[in-house]
Design a protein around this ligand. Structure first.
Ligand code: NDP
Length: 281
């Protein structure tokens, strides 16, 4: 049976370290601040925003949530972002995605000042990641790497297969694994024989959004399987991996819920503190 990559354990580790850094900053008179913008009333987004607020309370980060009506215009959204860009209490600005369909997500993200871009989605920070320069790294891939490293899973020299090529998870996860010297394969919906690719993986990251896409016959015995997917099936949360059967083959596996989602929030806290340290250096 696979070792469970328990997000509670690794997220607690990361949050304890963040709380220490916050204490140090407060001794210097600096309280790191996060602003979260939520447009509309998507219930899943509301849940995520609440969990981010709770994490801020736990580690001592000042947090503010700005709730905008679902019919907010692009101009109004960007005006609010601009106000937060100039707000000295705020070190990180998070625009909760997805936005209602009438809004231009990419343009709104580009309005966040790069030095307050806590998610690392601004083109400048994405470019810095591409060039292996220091900068804000997206929280979910950062959380995946933190978890793998803390669990003692060797990345250097491993073959990492990432399924999904989104700008927020798949693509940066592949880049970050490559920077840690993994050989990477990046799969997507046009990959002709997914199983032939996933069977090669020492580290398999599933970031698709399709329940139970990854089955036990697609996993190399002993592989580390990281399930990023969050899918609601009959009112229950499930990942992209058939946990019950894959855990009989894999060496390590992260559960859903209780896996990568917790790491994402923990890394968000870490990013707020890093931005505060840089912004007040
Ligand atoms: P996107 O919808 O942006 O991307 C999904 C990717 O999966 C695309 O690259 C798509 O390919 C690929 N894909 C779709 N179908 C297949 C298939 N049959 N075989 C192989 N690849 C396929 O999703 P996100 O990256 O934003 O999110 C992925 C999942 O992770 C979702 O369930 C989301 O809820 C979850 N998530 C979880 C987080 C966490 O903290 N745990 C954080 C963020 C997301 P193509 O590019 O060709 O369309």
């Amino acid at each position: 049976m696979a070792v469970i990559l328990d997000g509670h354990v690794y997220a607690d580790m990361a949050l304890d370290s963040v709380a220490e850094k916050v204490k140090d900053l407060k001794k210097r008179g600096i309280t790191p601040g996060l602003a979260v913008i939520l447009v509309g009333e998507d219930p899943a987004s509301q849940t995520y925003v609440r969990s981010k607020g709770r994490a801020c309370d736990r580690v001592g980060i000042y947090s503010r949530t700005l709730i905008l009506a679902a019919d907010t215009t692009q101009a109004e959204l960007e005006k609010q972002i601009d106000l937060l860009n100039r707000d000295e209490r705020i070190d990180g600005i998070l625009l909760q995605l997805p936005l209602p369909s009438h809004l231009d997500e990419q343009h709104a993200l580009s309005c966040i000042a790069p030095e307050k871009d806590v998610d690392g989605f601004h083109a400048l920070n994405a470019g810095r990641l591409m060039l292996s320069l220091d900068g804000v790294q997206p929280c979910t891939p950062k959380g995946i790497l933190f978890m793998l490293k803390q669990a003692g899973i060797k990345i250097d020299g491993a073959h990492a297969v990432v399924v999904g090529r989104s700008n927020i998870v798949g693509k940066p996860a592949a880049l970050m694994l490559m920077q840690e010297n993994a050989t990477i394969t990046l799969c997507h919906s046009h990959t002709p024989d997914l199983k032939a690719q996933t069977l090669q993986a020492d580290i398999l990251v599933a970031a698709v959004g399709k329940p139970h896409l990854i089955t036990e016959d697609m996993v190399k015995p002993g592989a580390a399987v990281v399930d990023v997917g969050i899918n609601r099936v009959n009112g229950r949360l499930v990942g992209d991996v058939d946990f019950e059967n894959v855990s009989k083959v894999a060496g390590y596996i992260s559960p859903v819920p209780g896996g990568v989602g917790l790491m994402t929030v923990a890394m968000l806290m870490d990013n707020v503190v890093s931005l505060a340290e840089t912004n007040h250096a």
